[in-house]
Write a protein that binds this ligand. Sequence first.
Ligand code: LRH
Ligand code: MN
Ligand code: MN
Length: 431
Amino acid sequence: MKKRIDSALLEAENAKRESDLNSDYAALGEKLARADIDIETITAKAGEFQVAVPSWGTGTGGTRFARFPGEGEPRNIFEKLEDCAVINELSGCTDSVSPHFPWDKVDDFSELKQQADEYGLKWVSVNSNTFQDQPGQEHSYKYGSLSNTQKASRDLAIQHNLDVIEYGQKLGAKSLTVWVGDGSNHPGQQHFQRAFERYLASMEEIYKGLPDDWEMHIEHKMFEPAFYSTIIQDWGSNLLAAMHLGPKCKSLVDLGHHAPNTNIEMIVSRLIQFKKLGGFHFNDSKYGDDDLDSGSLHPYQQFLIFNELVDAEYRNQEGFGPAYMLDQSHNVTDPAESLINSAIEVQRSYVKALLVNREALYGFQEGNDALMASLELKNAFNLDVSPILAMARLRKGSAIDPLAVYRQAGYRKAMAEARPRDPNATGSGIV
Ligand code: LRH
Ligand code: MN
Ligand code: MN
């Protein structure tokens, strides 16, 4: 497999840390053994865990006020892929990329697929974009896309989604994620029911174009860019649409798309119960769709979501197999560093959730022992599983300390030279 980080450097950095890691791992193994948990089983599962990197997350983000471009940021999808390769090499848990069209401009899909293959990267959910007009676009999305009152705009948005499915097929992806910004800014501006009817009719056309082994994932979001009403503003509308469209359509949960304090883990449970959980966009948020680094603000919430996911796995819940993706915007950090760190934080939540004694928890739930039930979760969350994560990485040839190796390798500096900034470049397209 083609590497972008010098193997000798990686091995030397790992060698420096290996003996300390072995001691920490042995100590944690003993502690877990006292709770009848086999550390090797957990480490093997940690090694299998993967979360996809969003192609758009590799560039510096921005807000509607300003964007401060970073040095050496990728200028096209091929360079984004290079950064995704680095993120995966070091973290060992991001073996796939989720592209966004037409932000990712591709002339030759076989060339792109070949580059990904060389780096051992796969393509997962493809994202369509009908939330902004493209230069020279014939019919505008200013008043919506799939739900626009004008048929010509709706048709354009439908066709774009069908095109994106075709691109995804060329790359070997198996799902389409649809998020639209359609909505209204003024009470009375839009007839709620008619708009939703138009949206559903458009989505039916896209659904018909789905290959047999594909799924379509609908993403809800409370507000923005529409500030009064949004067509799929919450999981209720999302689920209604997914149920209306059919079994190949499921809901996607972007953590930042809910009101603060929403019980997202319960939404996840509901979607699992009705076989409608399509996937995740992981990130963290304080106020709205902040797209902050996963686990940076609410690690316990992220753990509680994984508690539901691991529970579904444990119960062999039928129809369960969500796609895990990050969806973040990095304004003040090196995007590659944030993505490495975030992927590991998501993996950390998964591993901690594996430590929960499910049978004990069910017992506390049945017996209405609220305190012991909550402690069963809290004790798992409080355990530092870093040695498990580091060992899983070491065993697959990734870095014990990914950020240390990344900085030691001087990757960003090298990219600043290799990728001179285009003075005319506009935003990276981060929403
Ligand atoms: C919308 C969203 C959606 C888009 C991405 C760029 O806020 O979360 O997933 O495709 O941001
Ligand atoms: Mn998202
Ligand atoms: Mn978002």
